[in-house]
Design a protein around this ligand. Sequence first.
Ligand code: PGA
Length: 279
Amino acid sequence: MEQSIERYIKNLVRDVIGQTLGELQLQSDRQTYVIANWKMNKTLNETAEFFQNISSSQDVSVVICPPAQLLYPAHLFIKQSGKPIGLGGQNVHWTDKGAFTGETSARMLMDVGCEYVIIGHSERRQYSFEDDELVNKKVKQALKSGLTPIICIGETLGQKNAMQTEQVLSKQLFGALTDIDSSQFILAYEPVWAIGTGQSATAELAQETHAYIRSVLKQILGQKAENVSILYGGSANENNAAEYHAMPDIDGVLVGGASLDAKVFDAIINVFAKGEQNS
Ligand code: PGA
């Protein structure tokens, strides 16, 4: 409870400061994130081993998003390690509680130590029929509960080839952020064609797209859009991380496959912990 009040006040202050900075035409400092999306991977033992071998950094916010069943043990492992690592869910229901078999509420996530939740991942958009309207409801529920949503957007290969990327992203952004005035969320640009394929977007293409995303965010949120961290996701790994880190509008990465091995994920954290981001 105390934590959520503290979080609420911090968010409020950030929002107000963001607005004031906007009026003064100043750029705000964005937080850098390296976030792991484990998807449907890892057992309890593998989770314990991961947290024994992972490091952390003061310069970058590290967040791990395990499957729901592993959230509480992960929370305990993090506490035991004493490292500043955040915890996030991979999905949240849009209502407080009730007869929704197999679902997880925002309160349950917070109860087991989560501060973040992934919403609108392309796999859920594909397999669980999450559309923009549902994403919007979930984002509102997360914000109301004090969780930071990690909102995923991205175009499919067909949409890319049909030159519809901007149109798709704009629709997803306006949809996800309908009636939302807060900038207390993280965005992840994850081109569907790059997820799990090894075909990562070039840093230049990602930068160009992130700049476009920020321009749409400005239409929605005004100057507060400068506060929003926009992460790249889609076959990000220890070899291409430095190229993304060098880009002014790329504020970190959302990592799937390469987050499962603690050593590999550590290498990615180290890249983003090094040096100043070019923002
Ligand atoms: P990937 O997944 O890094 O395995 O491509 C990223 C994601 O889906 O979040």
